[in-house]
Design a protein around this ligand. Structure first.
Ligand code: GLC
Length: 473
């Protein structure tokens, strides 16, 4: 079905680099029964494909945004329909099967007796054998972006889609071994899909959870069945926002409080709610934070605050409006004040700082791909360029957005659009990086489009206050 765009579509680039990116993006399209249904993760024939010839849900997000922005919504519609059909549906109690409501990490097209089928991977085949918790969150965020771009609310209101949304909510709102509003997940449940000490309540999952709940709120029809869900969503949103604002947010004032924390407090009057010991504040942080900067901590649990800065969670907090205006400005201040650390020679660093020495050994299990300043452990990922640009434009830092794009432009094409970069400042092409990595390519196209027309931000932007005005874009 042909869908019409509600947005002004981005006139296909005039600059040669953008044109090359659009062509490379088109070359990565995955077809199923002659319909475009997604994009493969990388188009690099020089190395063994492993699962990079599959369409990953998270990797498809920047591709989908690029297609929507270009007014080409059909592939996104097909993707949403096909991945919904792959959502785990059985209410089984077989512990080896994906839980009901889960969306796959990736899928591929396979032929059986001349007939094509889509085969999903819920992490059983993936190298780290990790559960892709972010897939169902991204799927719903994308459905909402698609509806915003096309006005095709009919699709989201179809019974199958409403059912799929409810299954995701069932999975995320179910009673569990935890008493916080955040989602408790295993290690490697998102973009960082191997052991990296990101188990528990990692920021990225919490921010995507927030955006997923906001999307569900907009897309669920108000009927007898959904009212229970809508009420539960509203309640969880309130608690989740409060919890993240109150306990994850780190700025100079808060650092001072933690620095003077007392431990071992008992009962409901405790100030140090998670029994964090001030000696766990890393040395680098006291010199890194300024009076005008701040960010959301990477993780929070009993006796544990992960002080590392994670780019995706912080940037998406700005884009989705989870972060307040002041917090958004403070996050951008931090990025600008530490542009060498966080942007370096390729926007942007996935997390800062890298785990080193014995910490790297214990936390990653001696993972040679995640050595310090490489890959997930402090590597620079050009896919993050679109989020950096979107966040910067949203809070009025157009110059930062333009500079970041200009830095990427100096080497992206010559380096053949790598998956990631290594080194303290991201100046080396990642040792095991694929070339022609699709989300690098799509991320660049989306970044350019957002700088040219900030109205595209509305695809991912939510009202600041749950009950109030629209975003700035
Ligand atoms: C790596 C990344 C993951 C990505 C996948 C495909 O496993 O860690 O985030 O989805 O490659 O590009």
């Amino acid at each position: 079905m042909q869908t019409t765009s509600k947005m002004e579509s981005y006139s296909t680039a005039t600059n040669p680099l953008e044109q090359a990116a659009w062509q490379a993006l088109e070359a990565s399209i995955l077809y199923y029964q002659e319909r475009p249904v997604g994009t493969i993760a990388a188009n690099d024939s020089r190395v063994e494909a492993l699962n990079y010839d599959q369409c990953f849900v998270r990797d498809f997000i920047p591709s989908a945004l690029a297609f929507l922005i270009r007014g080409d919504a059909e592939i996104v519609r097909n993707f949403l329909i096909e991945t919904l059909a792959l959502q785990s549906r059985d209410k089984q109690i077989d512990c080896f099967k994906p839980g009901q409501g889960l969306m796959p990490a990736s899928f591929k097209v396979q032929s059986f007796n001349g007939k094509e089928q889509l085969i999903a991977d819920f992490g059983e085949q993936a190298i780290g054998r990790v559960t892709p918790i972010d897939s169902c969150l991204w799927w719903l965020i994308l459905l909402r972006a698609y509806v915003k771009a096309t006005g095709d609310t009919k699709l989201a209101h179809e019974a199958e889609f409403q059912h799929g949304i409810r299954l995701i909510l069932d999975l995320c709102l179910v009673a569990r071994f935890d008493m916080y509003p955040t989602l408790l997940v295993p290690d490697g449940a998102f973009m960082i899909d191997r052991r990296m000490g990101v188990y528990g309540r990692p920021l990225e999952i919490q921010v995507l959870f927030y955006a997923m709940l906001r999307s569900a709120q907009e897309l669920l029809l108000l009927d007898d069945r959904n009212i229970l869900y809508l009420n539960a969503v509203q309640e969880r949103l309130n608690h989740l926002r409060y919890h993240l604002h109150e306990y994850y947010w780190l700025d100079f004032k808060r650092l001072n409080e933690i620095y003077r924390y007392k431990g071992e407090e008992f009962g409901d009057r405790a100030i140090n709610k998670f029994n964090i010991y001030s000696d766990s504040i890393p040395q680098w942080l006291t010199e890194w934070l300024s009076k005008t900067s701040g960010y959301y901590a990477g993780n929070l649990g009993s006796g544990w605050m992960d002080f590392r800065f994670f780019a995706l969670g912080n940037l998406m907090a700005v884009i989705t409006g989870l972060a307040t205006d002041e917090q958004s400005q403070a996050i951008m201040n931090l990025i600008e004040q530490h542009s060498q650390d966080l942007i370096g020679q390729m926007p942007m660093k996935i997390c800062f700082p890298a785990l080193q020495d014995v910490e790297w050994k214990i936390v990653t299990g001696y993972d040679p791909k995640n050595i310090p300043w490489s890959y997930h452990n402090g590597g620079n990922w050009p896919v993050l360029l679109w989020m950096l640009t979107a966040a910067a434009v949203k809070v009025g830092r157009t110059e930062t957005a333009e500079n970041a794009v200009a830095i990427a432009e100096t080497s992206l094409q010559a380096d053949e659009f790598p998956e990631y970069y290594d080194g303290r400042y991201g100046h080396l092409i990642g040792r095991a990086a694929r070339k022609y990595q699709t989300w690098t390519i799509a991320g660049y196209s989306v970044a350019k489009a957002i700088v040219a027309n900030p109205a595209y931000l509305s695809l991912l932007c939510f009202d600041k206050d749950i009950a109030s005005v629209s975003c700035k874009a």
